[in-house]
Design a protein. Structure first.
Length: 277
C-alpha cells in the first residue's frame, strides 16, 4: 500500500509560491520545514512534495547545504542550555536534515540521468557549448543550485570520457572557445582565459575520479600515477622558498585576473545602463 499523495493542484500552487521567494526567504522556509515548523499557507505533506519537485529540487539542495554550513545560525544555543544539551540538539537536527535532504538528492539524481541522455545525443559543437556554459557559470550558481543536475550529468560514467576530452582541448586552446568580446581589452580577455583555465583544471580533477571509479568497478587498477604532481612535491621539498614565491605569484596573478573580470563586468553594466537611458 503506497502512501497517500497530496493533491497535485496544491503542490503546483506551493511550487509556484516557493519559486517566487527571494533566496533568503526560501532558505528560511526550508530551515523551518526541517525544524518541524508548520507554514500556515501549506500543509507539511504539500511542502515536502513541493521542495522535492523537479522545478525546485536543485534550489532546495542548495538551501539544505547552506543550512548544514550555517547550523549554529539556524539552531542558536538557548539561554541556560549546557554545551552537552546543545550538542545533542544539534546532532538530532543533523539527523533530521539528512533525512529531509535524501529525497531531494534522489530527485536530482533522476534528473541527472535524463540530462546525461540529452548530453550524449548532442554533436561535438553543441556538447562543447553546453560544457563551456556550465564551467563559466559554476562559480556564481550556488545560490540557486542550478549546476547540480548538469554537474552530475557531465561527470556521470557515461558522459565523463567525452567531457574529459573536450576539457583537455579547451584547456589547450581556450581562445578558440573564448573569443575576444567587442570592446574588450587584451588584459580583460587574458583574465577571462586565465579564469576559464583554472576552472577547467578543477573539473579535470573531478572527472579523473569519476573515470578511475568506473575502471575500478571492473576490477582494474585506475590510471597511472600523476607523475607531474609527484615531481612538484619533490621540487617543493628541495626548493621550498622558490616554490613558495612562485605559488604566491600565481595566486596574485589569479586575484588580479578576477579583479579585472569584475571591473570589465561593471563597465559593461554601466555602459548598458547608459544606453538604456
Amino acid at each position: 500500500m503506497t502512501d497517500a499523495q497530496p493533491p497535485a493542484e496544491q503542490v503546483t500552487a506551493e511550487v509556484r509560491r516557493l519559486k517566487e521567494m527571494s533566496h533568503q526567504a526560501f532558505f528560511e522556509a526550508w530551515a523551518t520545514y526541517v525544524l518541524g515548523g508548520v507554514d500556515r499557507l501549506a500543509p507539511r505533506d504539500v511542502q515536502a512534495a513541493a521542495f522535492r519537485s523537479p522545478d525546485l529540487a536543485s534550489r532546495t539542495l542548495a538551501a539544505a547545504d547552506r543550512v548544514a554550513r550555517e547550523l549554529k545560525t539556524v539552531l542558536p544555543r538557548r539561554d541556560g542550555e549546557s554545551k552537552r544539551e546543545y550538542q545533542a540538539r544539534m546532532n538530532a537536527f543533523r539527523t533530521q536534515l539528512q533525512a529531509a535532504r535524501q529525497p531531494i538528492v534522489n530527485t536530482i539524481e533522476d534528473l541527472a540521468v535524463d540530462e546525461a541522455e540529452y548530453l550524449a545525443q548532442l554533436d561535438d559543437e553543441a556538447f562543447a557549448a553546453e560544457w563551456l556554459a556550465f564551467v563559466q557559470q559554476v562559480a556564481g550558481s550556488t545560490r540557486s543550485g542550478r549546476d547540480y543536475v548538469q554537474g552530475l550529468a557531465f561527470r556521470s560514467p557515461e558522459v565523463a570520457p567525452r567531457t574529459q576530452a573536450v576539457t583537455v582541448q579547451m584547456r589547450r586552446v581556450p581562445e578558440q572557445y573564448l573569443p575576444t568580446k567587442e570592446g574588450e581589452s587584451r588584459k580583460a580577455h587574458h583574465a577571462r582565459v586565465t579564469q576559464l583555465r583554472s576552472r577547467l583544471e578543477a573539473e579535470l580533477r573531478f572527472l579523473q575520479y569519476t573515470l578511475n571509479y568506473s575502471v575500478a568497478r571492473w576490477g582494474r587498477m585506475p590510471t597511472a600515477p600523476n607523475h607531474r604532481l609527484q615531481a612538484m612535491r619533490l621540487l617543493t621539498e628541495k626548493y621550498p622558498e622558490e616554490f613558495s614565491q612562485l605559488l604566491n605569484a600565481v595566486r596574485t596573478d589569479a586575484r588580479k585576473a578576477r579583479e579585472e573580470v569584475r571591473r570589465q563586468r561593471r563597465y559593461e553594466k554601466r555602459t548598458a545602463a547608459r544606453q538604456a537611458n
